[in-house]
Design a protein around this ligand. Structure first.
Ligand SMILES: Cc1ncc(C[n+]2csc(CCOP(=O)(O)OP(=O)(O)O)c2C)c(N)n1
Ligand SMILES: [Mg+2]
Length: 308
């Protein structure tokens, strides 16, 4: 009995220590600390990937490929750059993220849960009756989701509108948007891009998840968007092209983007659809929406690794 109580006490102390360690690290990042940014962001990306797998496996099928490809950019945005408050998701003047490729909802839910917008256990309710986490992003359901998306092309237009509104209000917010490379075939993307470029919306930082795959084939064979950088430049955007899985490169690109005035910024993320889980990566176009068995879930979690 005494031994049991002793073990329980020890376990609670350990848990408390782990929690406070995480809080200290997160506070450190919030204050703009540089020490070990890279290590902490990489760890956050690992946690996000594991959460994505758990979340999608809970219902057995989902857009796992396009979720895993944006885990690193989400880690850098939410781990370091975004001015947000999980206790006050509608905070005035907060930075926004519009995930215009709204089918990557589970990736955004994972980072929101990591940040404490809602309990991580809710991830296991994905797309089930009564859930706050539908398969595609819905701002009326999920705390921390800034724009409903899913009909490709539309979210990005909303991001441009939010950036314009924020500039008029002078609230100092930075508006971030993530669009897909397949999504970039939508005419609406280019209408919004032209408007943002002409308005010189420098509070808008967008990312293209350039994973070279869409729902039913490669981007190149279906309707090639290359040369992507030249297109955005022609629309009066500042453009950078980086390794979308290198958290340091993503961090540096965002830092640089924030200093560039007078135009919107596009950061092209060269990514791998399904990044981090080899059977998902290997499925190529088949990983767009994929079923995940209990065994596959376990093997994916083992492969992603990490401390938790
Ligand atoms: C207007 C519209 N057309 C079609 C779809 C169906 N759809 C959902 S995801 C997708 C492919 C998107 O490809 P991409 O943007 O490259 O996404 P990722 O590779 O990042 O998953 C399609 C065609 C949609 N959601 N909206
Ligand atoms: Mg794609």
């Amino acid at each position: 009995m005494r031994t049991e109580r002793y073990c329980f006490k020890k376990a609670s102390i350990l848990t408390e220590r782990l929690i406070s360690y995480r809080i200290i690290l997160m506070c450190h990042l919030k204050k703009g600390g540089k020490m070990n940014d890279s290590k902490v962001l990489k760890e956050l990306a690992i946690s996000i990937r594991k959460d994505i797998v758990e979340c999608i496996a809970s219902i057995g099928v989902g857009h796992i490929g396009g979720c895993l490809s944006i885990a690193d950019v989400l880690a850098v945005l939410y781990g370091k750059h975004m001015n947000i408050d999980p206790k006050n998701p509608k905070m005035e003047g907060r930075d926004r993220l519009v995930c215009s490729k709204g089918h990557a909802g589970p990736a955004v839910y994972s980072v929101l849960a990591e940040k404490g917008f809602f309990p991580k256990s809710e991830l296991l309710t994905l797309n089930q009756g009564g859930t706050n986490l539908p398969s595609h992003c819905d701002m009326n359901k999920t705390p921390g989701i800034d724009m409903t998306a899913g009909s490709l092309g539309q979210g990005f237009s909303c991001a441009v509108g939010i950036a314009l509104g924020s500039r008029i209000k002078k609230d100092g917010a930075t508006i971030y948007a993530i669009i897909g490379d397949g999504e970039s075939q939508e005419g609406q993307i280019w209408e919004a891009a032209m408007f943002a470029g002409n308005q010189g919306l420098d509070n808008l930082i967008a990312f293209t998840d350039y994973n070279k795959l869409q729902l039913d084939g490669t981007i190149e064979e279906i309707n090639d968007v290359a040369p992507l950088a030249d297109k955005w430049k022609a629309f009066k955007w500042e453009v950078m092209s980086i390794d979308g899985h290198d958290v340091d490169a993503i961090d540096k690109a965002i830092e640089k983007a924030k200093t560039i005035k007078g135009k919107p910024k596009m950061i092209i993320l060269n990514t791998v659809k399904g990044k981090g889980v080899s059977f998902v990566e290997a499925a190529l176009v088949g990983c767009h929406s994929m079923s995940i068995s209990a065994e596959q879930k376990e093997s994916a979690l083992r492969e992603i690794g990490g401390a938790k």
